[in-house]
Design a protein around this ligand. Sequence first.
Ligand code: DAH
Length: 339
Amino acid sequence: MQEKLKQIREDAIAKINEAKELDKLNDIRVAFLGKKGELTAIMKSMKDLSPEQRPAFGQMVNQTRTEIENALDAMKTSLARKARALQLKSEVIDVTLPAKKNNVGHRHPNSIALEEMERIFVGLGYEVVEGPEVEKDYYNFEALNIPKDHPARDEQDTFYINANMLLRSQTSGAQIHTMENGTLPIKVISPGRVYRADEVDATHSPCFHQVEGLVVGKNITFADLKGTLAEFAREMFGTQTKVKFRPHHFPFTEPSAEMDVTCFKCGGKGCRMCKGSGWIEILGCGMVHPHVLEMSGIDPEEYSGFAFGVGLERIALLKYEIDDMRLMYENDIRFLKQF
Ligand code: DAH
């Protein structure tokens, strides 16, 4: 019996040492220590021994059981450790590998130019307001001194929705909304999209952006207009920038002018950018027409004002030396990244 016990122990230890998986260990545990296992069987045969022999033999069986259990536990720990090491090895991450570059978006030159304009005018005490893109004929034309049969309507090929509604062809309607609000004095700029039925080419788009400006108060003169817009030009294009006002005509201002700035590329000597003239046209402006003030409920005897309108794309194209407006609408990240 002792021999048999010894044999069982050796068998068990040998099998445990050969085991390569945790499942296998469990089978071994069942085969030797389980209810129907070999050790349990030998315990049962103890009844054949004399009562004197039993305690010693029982002790030996218990010791064998402990040894097998210890061997099982040791092997279990060892196999688990190996499995863990293998898993770690297969899941290893090389943190020194260069990271994949994410293509993040980029601010549009229009947005950059607009933020710059807003910064300048807010610095001069202006408020930024917005007008509607779908507009009444009245605000886009009529209240700006452009009645139904006025030839100025032909200059802006307008998208009409019906006889009274249209997609605004200029931001100037925001002037009327602001004046109708009734708070005086007024110092606002109003940026936004405008629409015209134009063919797409290097300098035209059916949808582009303008920034409107309006100042109304007591004793506002053309000198205020000149000083303000000259300051804007210096901040936008550099301190050495000079401005020039050429007489022009807009129905809603009297007198009206267009403002040119000295070419910031050549400094006024003449280059490709300014087409040799040394000057670049930037915006339209003028003193708000008394009739326009009157129509919006402001007494032109008491109040006066000036207004201006800037093409935002034009500013961005000039400032960033972009030679084709179509690039502004394609949103190619390689293009946008340059600004
Ligand atoms: N609305 C004019 C245009 O689209 C631009 C303009 C000119 C706006 C003179 C003004 C202004 O406010 O005073 O061509």
